[in-house]
Design a binder for this molecule. Structure first.
Ligand SMILES: [Ca+2]
Ligand SMILES: [Ca+2]
Length: 222
């Protein structure tokens, strides 16, 4: 089909209109959060993984719509291990991100999860997590899922999965294992919708236990 000048002008005008609407409805800003001070202690333990991401050297960067907030702040946390060996599940959403005793919760060995109830249907842009950063280590089978179903039986979206050998049995993940640092790990959740965020892990390169210091869920209530 041959476009007349009039048709071309109409197409151009409508493309321009869409672009203007997009810009005015979603001003994007840098996502920022408080980064805890680095605090490495003890003897290093070798990390026996060959497919690690490069070590995070600076705070991760992501753009989110203006008005995005940490929806997880102070929200209730449940877990596959309701009675942690060390610490309290409340630590995960209390805003403290320092490492070491009194700041992390330690869950049982093997595959465990923690779950945050955002207490309202939400749109999620970024999930920022700190497992433990007093030692260079990588956690196994880090999987993050979002759902409106608190039992995670229906309507589950996986937003991150670094279980490269499917040992957790939830599908092979394309994300790479990473070394814990004070900068945490920021995951792009791409505007996924849901009220509950569930995070899995299965021990780490130093020991079989699972730890969390803080999880932030950046988004907006629908
Ligand atoms: Ca905390
Ligand atoms: Ca695995």
């Amino acid at each position: 089909m041959k476009f007349s000048m009039k048709m071309k002008k109409q197409v151009f005008t409508s493309v321009l209109a869409v672009a203007v609407v997009f810009v005015s409805s979603a001003k994007m800003i840098d996502l920022v959060t408080e980064i805890p001070v680095p605090e490495i202690s003890g003897t290093p333990v070798p990390i026996q993984l060959t497919n690690l991401e490069p070590l995070q050297q600076t705070a991760p960067v992501m753009q989110v719509p203006e008005g995005t907030v940490n929806l997880a702040s102070g929200k209730p946390v449940t877990s596959s291990d309701d009675w942690p060996l060390i610490g309290d599940l409340e630590y995960i959403t209390d805003g403290d991100k320092e490492t070491g005793e009194g700041y992390y919760v330690e869950l049982l060995p093997e595959l465990q999860w923690v779950q945050i109830d955002l207490e309202a249907p939400s749109t999620i842009y970024g999930i920022w997590m700190w497992h433990f950063h007093a030692q260079r280590r990588a956690y196994h089978d880090v999987i993050i899922q979002v759902s409106d179903d608190p039992t995670f039986e229906n309507g589950v979206t996986t937003v991150y999965n670094n279980d490269f050998d499917n040992s957790a049995g939830m599908g092979t993940g394309a994300d790479l294992p990473y070394i814990e640092t004070n900068f945490g790990k920021l995951v792009d959740a791409r505007g996924v919708k849901g009220q509950y965020v569930r995070l899995y892990s299965d021990g780490n390169t130093t020991n079989d236990s699972n730890h969390y210091i803080e999880v932030e869920v950046f988004g907006a209530t629908n």
